[in-house]
Design a binder for this molecule. Structure first.
Ligand SMILES: Cc1cc2nc3c(=O)[nH]c(=O)nc-3n(C[C@H](O)[C@H](O)[C@H](O)COP(=O)(O)OP(=O)(O)OC[C@H]3O[C@@H](n4cnc5c(N)ncnc54)[C@H](O)[C@@H]3O)c2cc1C
Length: 222
């Protein structure tokens, strides 16, 4: 396995607990939108603490981008990532598959589980090929929605936002269960891509399977 030490170019706040990291891209480093790599902080104490994160940038961009939810409630890697600044170093490893675009379909994400879909949608949008794809994105509150404006711009009416802990105009307030899926989806032969916490992925995959769908799913451990 090849390790690459990369400098952070900039960090930016995305939501109250999500940050964007723009980092150097190693020479010749490429990946397919939806793929991830193990990342660690390049210090003596942390360099062996690797956690998976998804590339949100595209191959034709100069730098790599990660969008990362920071868990400040316990002493994990993301808490340390949240303290980093431009000039600090990360170690990135081999590229490996998470979700890969296989054709038009419905993308269902819970919270930071939307990250593999960011590069996929950005790629499709840049190729003018995003039509007929749909994103169903569920969050606790409006303030948790990652890249709301960008998804709106890319997907328009095909961006469906659900808030589970807040009732607000313009948002669905529902669980993604069998009834919701039947109401919002007519074609269960298309592709389904699911990404989120374990119980979210299992519940939705089961509901979709019983409606006749084939799914491609990734579990994000919280
Ligand atoms: C393929 C893949 C790609 C991913 N891409 C992204 C991405 O692009 N962006 C992103 O934000 N995330 C992504 N994730 C999720 C990300 O890897 C995890 O959020 C991250 O590893 C958490 O690291 P941590 O060390 O901060 O937390 P960990 O220490 O790994 O915390 C997670 C574990 O700690 C437990 N835990 C949680 N809170 C507490 C607490 N307060 N006290 C004690 N224990 C607790 C959880 O139950 C869990 O078992 C991805 C995951 C996968 C599998």
């Amino acid at each position: 396995m090849k390790n690459h030490i990369v400098k952070i170019i900039s960090t930016q706040i995305v939501t109250h607990d999500v940050m964007r990291f723009t980092v150097e891209k190693p020479e010749g480093y490429t990946y397919t939108p939806g793929q991830a790599t193990q990342v660690s902080v390049n210090t003596l104490a942390l360099k062996n603490e690797k956690k998976p994160f998804t590339f949100t940038s595209l191959n034709n961009q100069k730098h790599l981008e990660f969008i990362i939810k920071i868990y400040n409630s316990h002493n994990g890697v993301t808490k340390e990532l949240g303290k980093l600044k431009a000039g600090d170093e990360l170690i990135i490893h081999d590229v490996w598959g998470a979700i890969k675009y296989k054709g038009k379909g419905v993308f269902i994400a819970g919270g930071s589980g939307v990250t593999p879909f960011i590069a996929i949608f950005r790629q499709l949008y840049s190729e003018n090929n995003i039509a007929k794809n749909k994103l169903i994105f569920t969050n606790k509150t409006e303030s948790d929605i990652i890249l709301k404006e960008e998804f709106n711009e890319m997907l328009g009416k095909s961006f469906i936002n659900i808030l589970t802990d807040e009732n607000k105009d313009g948002y669905e307030n529902s669980r993604i269960d069998m009834a919701f899926l039947k109401e919002n989806i007519t074609d269960f032969t298309q592709n389904f891509y699911i990404c989120g916490p374990p119980e979210f992925v299992v519940d939705i995959s089961e509901a979709l399977k019983s409606l006749g769908a084939k799914t491609d799913a990734v579990v994000f451990e919280k």
